[in-house]
Design a protein around this ligand. Structure first.
Ligand SMILES: C[S@@+](CC[C@H](N)C(=O)[O-])C[C@H]1O[C@@H](n2cnc3c(N)ncnc32)[C@H](O)[C@@H]1O
Length: 302
């Protein structure tokens, strides 16, 4: 008998995810799918840990509501039009899982269609069914607010008060807003206009030019972190970040890699080794709840 795996991802990331699976797990075959929920069949057991999904694990099959037990579980509807049965909703709200525990995830794909899945809750996961964002929606300059807030929560980023962040691609300022709220100083690099609220902060300074033109002269003192959300190909962004590392010595990098082309998967495959060579022993990649065609790269000196 075969084994089945599942993934939950953003529909925009499905082509990248499928290409990643073809390259890294060539023996898997796609099985049942709904937008954002895909299952794969494997002939034998083995590791399964794709990057371009919010959560992945084992899929144990399709069940009817009457066949589901009352063990602890999280329930995740694949689209907002599905109403969770009251019993399952209550079960989901009451169930807590500790890090390292196996989460029982019931994916609701239709009114009478429940897929029972499981995965190990790791430290970078969110405590939410389907790993939906736990960051509250509010009036912010851009979606980047949620991405940086999720990266902060998921990686437990060790920012310290009044550290200096060099933020590449900072306009209009969602991420800057979050960083300023953490009592950090932000140097935002972007030729585009920042939200006036951000410009009012005494802890924000804009360098209004392309990041390719930054030189040592732009920095009177050092920077503690480099964060990038530049909407250019990962090869270009990483080349420039590596150039900045010839005159800046941040203790961490947080780079959003925009995956607008499947060929960028090659960069993702080699980036860990490249960063280790640059003196960053800890490198992690995480597809965040608010991500579409992108992934977050964290590199730390220690
Ligand atoms: C996804 S947006 C960034 C959103 C921003 N981080 C926020 O929090 O609102 C990408 C930004 O990259 C900027 N960008 C593109 N090419 C750039 C370059 N060569 N140098 C600096 N910024 C650039 C764009 O102007 C745009 O504002």
């Amino acid at each position: 008998m075969g084994h089945f795996f599942f993934v939950l991802t953003n529909v925009d990331a499905e082509p990248i995810l499928k290409q990643e699976i073809r390259l890294r797990y060539p023996d898997l075959r796609m099985s049942y799918s709904r937008p954002g929920f895909i299952t794969f069949k494997a002939d034998k057991e083995g590791p399964f840990d794709p990057l371009f999904c919010r959560v992945s694990g084992l899929c144990h099959g399709k069940f009817k509501l009457s066949e589901l037990g009352t063990e602890r579980a999280w329930v995740y509807p694949v689209h907002s039009g599905l109403e969770l049965p009251p019993g399952l909703k209550a079960l989901s709200e009451q169930s807590l899982f500790k890090k390292g525990e196996t989460v029982r995830l019931i994916v609701m794909a239709g009114p009478e269609e429940f897929w029972v899945c499981s995965y190990t809750l790791r430290s970078h996961h969110f405590q939410t069914p389907g790993e939906i964002s736990s960051i509250l929606q509010r009036d912010v300059p851009s979606r980047a607010y949620y991405k940086i807030a999720e990266a902060y929560a998921s990686f437990d980023l060790p920012f310290e008060q009044q550290e200096t962040i060099l933020e590449l691609g900072s306009a209009p300022g969602g991420a800057s807003l979050f960083l300023l709220e953490q009592d950090l100083k932000v140097m935002g690099v972007d030729p585009a206009e920042m939200d006036p609220k951000i410009l009012k902060s005494i802890n924000f300074k804009q360098i209004r030019k392309p990041f390719e033109t930054l030189t040592g002269e732009d920095f009177r003192s050092g920077v503690d972190w480099i964060i990038s959300d530049i909407n250019l190909p990962p090869t270009v962004v990483l080349r420039e970040v590596f150039r900045l590392l010839t005159f800046l010595e941040p203790r961490g990098l947080l780079v959003t890699l925009k995956m607008n082309d499947l060929k960028h998967l090659e960069v993702v495959a080699s980036v860990r080794a490249q960063l280790r060579k640059q003196g960053f022993p800890k490198v992690e990649l995480k597809y965040l709840p608010s991500h579409k065609k992108e992934i977050c790269l964290l590199a730390l000196h220690t």
